[in-house]
Write a protein that binds this ligand. Sequence first.
Ligand code: ADP
Ligand code: MG
Length: 390
Amino acid sequence: MKFIEDIHVKGKKVVLRCDFNVPIDNGKVTDDSKIIKSLKTINYLLDKECTIFVLSHLGRVKSEEDKAKNTLMPVKERLEELLDRKVTFVTSFEDEALNEDNNIFLFENTRIYDYPFKLESGNDLELAGKWAKLADIFVFDAFGSAHRSHASTAGIAHYLPTVYGYLIESELENLNIVTKEAKKPFVVVMGGAKVDDKIPIIKTMLSTCDYLLVGGGIANSFLKAMGNKIGKSLATEDEAILEELRYLIDLYKDKIVLPVDFKVECNEKVEYRSINAITDDDIIYDIGDRTVTKFDEYIKQAQTMFMNGTMGLFEREEFQVGTEKVFECMKYNQNVVIGGGDTVTAVNKLGYSLNFKLSSGGGASLEYIAKGKLDALEEIEAFEDEKISM
Ligand code: ADP
Ligand code: MG
């Protein structure tokens, strides 16, 4: 797949797929970091005098009400402020606004076509063709949607010459540090709430890393699998997963490093517990200081690091300390990549955004690490030389 700088775009009409799936409250964008990350590609195309038709999804659309609720209008307003120019908002293929004299148009949420029929998510090629008809080339820059083959991601590439933009370039560059170029010792830190959806990435990491430091709710499941008491803590109930964890613990006993102490909530009080002193009323919400010290022995040796999932319930101040201290230990390493929606939120909240390479793709980042590929990018590549004529 070619990069935006590899082709001539000057004066061309471009369909640009971005990821503007941002949090919105009361008609205002509350976190515009995804919009900001898209500006480099947008400005490049505007500088080259292109006419850009921007597409993005926003949330899920399962009813008529969802269409109104998940409008991209607040994104249009924020984008206008950031670009300091007018963006024309387009609500349908018949919209008169398409005739306006402007260089940048933003289409309404691509998922309005998911109701009543799942045309967008079902990768309906007729829908994709309607967007493709507007332009000469397709620039794909929605890294956060690159693991989904939808009409507005992979579908359009069936019609138009397709290149990737600057955001995808930088995200892949960061992730390749841990997938393709990890220097040893390669130390991975994993935490977060649920182990069930992280099994694929845990397995990939165990096969490639030197040490896997496990915290957060995930550690509870590992400990439960080993027969430790974890009180009322969050852990998987799934016997098959517990069995799989036992298998992994046995196979990779020299790589897996588990917590030895915790901060727990016990009858609404915050208390400290060593691993052997957990009571039936305890809920583990964070790792303790001895665990941080133990993790730091591995972090200090690391050449490359990857982290996904927080060490505790960082949304509550009492339980953010473990995550904060692990960030503090990691900040001396130049090659730390951090991926996942909530983990990146924790990095920003705790003030470490300049210390690490952040992979903001959420599900896409984790899927790329676990599978080594992304569905939309694969499909775009497969149709590189085989276009449907319009
Ligand atoms: P990401 O979104 O980056 O993939 P996760 O969602 O897996 O990360 O992990 C972050 C979430 O895990 C946070 O919401 C945090 O509160 C939760 N979490 C971490 N440790 C625990 C725990 N011990 N008990 C309950 N929730 C936890
Ligand atoms: Mg999450």
